[in-house]
Write a new protein. Structure first.
Length: 228
């Protein structure tokens, strides 16, 4: 069975309700570079990845310089959104009661479609073939920062300079689940009955029971972006 998936967009007013970032702050953050500027004559419309970026930026802005906070928000937004999209209630349409592995596959596909040029940043798995979202994002004292699944492993492998000062850890899973519980739909999914390629990406999910829920599956491997 093949499906078409497409994001649902929200106005600045609804974005404020979902993220807690006021419309005025959204305009200020756009001017400061936290979120990209709008094309002339267009109103702001946010999908689940934009919402996730604002949520992370709201946290990072209190702890890091603007440039670093914007970069961390960009990376973490993908993982936060994927964690949210692993929850059945955020999808409009699709098979009711489908296997959790199905929704995880749809979530990763949505992230890969949205960010084809850098899809692995914030996602975990084999290079070029992400399988799930990172559980945590850690910023060490020296400014190096990576998404990871295992905090204990990251701290064991950290050097003295990385631990010589405050270390910030973002729980991306917690942020994603909190976003999913806001009561909004973030993606539409519908069975493709035309058997022809449409403007939306066509995906062929494998409905298997072999994988556990994405929010409960620790993975030891890390894909590390360049230190900032």
């Amino acid at each position: 069975m093949e499906y078409n998936i497409e994001p649902i967009y929200y106005s600045a007013r609804n974005v404020a309700k979902i993220t807690g970032v006021s419309e005025r702050s959204q305009r200020n953050w756009r001017a400061r570079g936290f979120i990209p500027p709008l094309p002339d004559g267009r109103h702001f419309r946010a999908d689940v990845f934009d919402l996730s970026k604002l949520i992370v930026a709201n946290i990072a802005a209190e702890r890091f310089p603007v440039a670093s906070a914007a970069l961390y928000a960009e990376i973490c937004a993908k993982a936060v959104a994927v964690h949210a999209l692993c929850q059945l209630e955020v999808w409009d349409g699709g098979p009711r009661g489908g296997y959790l592995d199905f929704w995880r596959q749809m979530a990763v596909q949505a992230a890969s479609d949205r960010f084809p040029e850098s899809g692995v940043m914030g996602l975990m798995g084999n290079v070029g073939r992400p399988t799930h979202a990172a559980r945590y994002f850690i910023v060490f004292a020296d400014g190096s920062a990576w998404p990871c699944d295992d905090l204990n492993d990251m701290f064991r492998s950290a050097g003295p300079e990385e631990l010589d000062g405050p270390v910030v850890v973002l729980d991306l899973l917690h942020l994603g689940l909190a976003l999913a519980r806001k009561g909004f739909k973030f993606m539409r999914i519908a069975e493709d009955t035309s058997r022809s390629r449409s403007l939306q990406r066509r995906v062929r999910p494998a409905l298997r029971r072999c994988a556990p829920p994405c929010q409960r599956e620790p993975r030891p491997a890390c894909v590390r972006p360049a230190p900032t």
